[in-house]
Design a protein around this ligand. Structure first.
Ligand code: ADP
Length: 251
């Protein structure tokens, strides 16, 4: 058989597999979203019972409800990770839709989204708002949101109870620079070299049974760099970590 024919065949097969893969990926995203929505609904119903909003329950009932709440919460975390892992592939493949984004407002909304989780761990999230005028950045809104969500989620996940998280935003030349500082467990020496690798998780994270996939920072770095920005961190064992990233200012 001639090589041209072989190449054509391979190309056609490759296209067929890519379509199949995209369809599977979409189906997983959709189903996982539906499962997460149902689990979240259950979460709030259990919480209403736990808080006594629906009448008093016996200590035994309270105990069981608390267990149900915890188990359900773990399921939500696992499912959320699955969503991120599945999305990571899409993020790399699909085109970016750039526009002008008000990053200050986006940070405000990300902080709001995580206020429930932070509150549950007694963690205070403080956005030290810039005094200077901050210009809009050139970004794909949804992907930039993923960056902020991943960094905030990690800061909460890898913080001890009653920790503090500080977020800053400054303009630096042609970029906006964001920092997310926590007072958490810190990153190990080995982790400092590997933290942005796909599926890497620090031994500390695994020891404490914190749920994760090791995909968050890999995806985050990919998104930041696709925007033309940079990401880095500064971390001290048992003292905390600060992540920094930059995003270009819109013309
Ligand atoms: P995941 O959180 O799902 O494990 P990530 O890619 O977001 O995956 O992070 C990779 C690893 O980096 C984590 O498992 C954790 O060990 C470490 N890490 C990330 N953010 C922090 C942080 N703020 N403080 C300490 N360790 C962190």
């Amino acid at each position: 058989m001639d090589t041209n024919q072989d190449m054509e065949k391979l190309k056609a097969e490759n296209e067929r597999l890519a379509k199949l893969y995209a369809a599977k990926s979409d189906l997983v995203s959709l189903s996982v979203h539906q499962v997460r929505t149902s689990l979240s609904a259950i979460k709030w119903i259990i919480k209403m019972f736990l808080d006594g909003d629906l009448g008093t329950s016996t200590p035994e009932q309270q105990n069981l409800l608390a267990k149900a709440y915890e188990t359900n919460d773990r399921a939500i975390n696992i499912v959320s990770e699955l969503l991120v892992a599945n999305k990571a592939e899409e993020i790399m493949e699909k085109d970016y839709a750039y526009g002008k984004v008000d990053i200050k407002e986006m940070i405000d909304s990300a902080v709001f989204d995580f206020s429930g989780e932070a509150y549950e761990k007694g963690i205070e999230v403080i956005f030290l708002k810039p005094e200077m005028e901050i210009p809009h950045v050139r970004a794909d809104r949804e992907k930039l949101r993923v960056v902020l969500q991943n960094l905030l989620e990690n800061a909460i996940k890898y913080s001890n109870k009653h920790g503090k998280i500080f977020i800053t935003l400054v303009k630096d030349g042609g970029f906006c620079q964001v920092s997310v500082k926590d007072t958490g467990v810190g990153i190990s020496e080995e982790g400092k070299k590997k933290i942005f690798e796909k599926f890497y998780r620090d031994p500390e994270a695994q020891k404490q049974e914190i749920i994760g996939s090791g995909m968050g920072l890999f995806t985050t770095k990919n998104i930041v760099e696709t925007h033309g920005g940079k990401i880095w961190f500064d971390s001290k064992d048992k003292e905390g970590t600060t992540f920094f990233f930059t995003i270009p200012i819109a013309e």
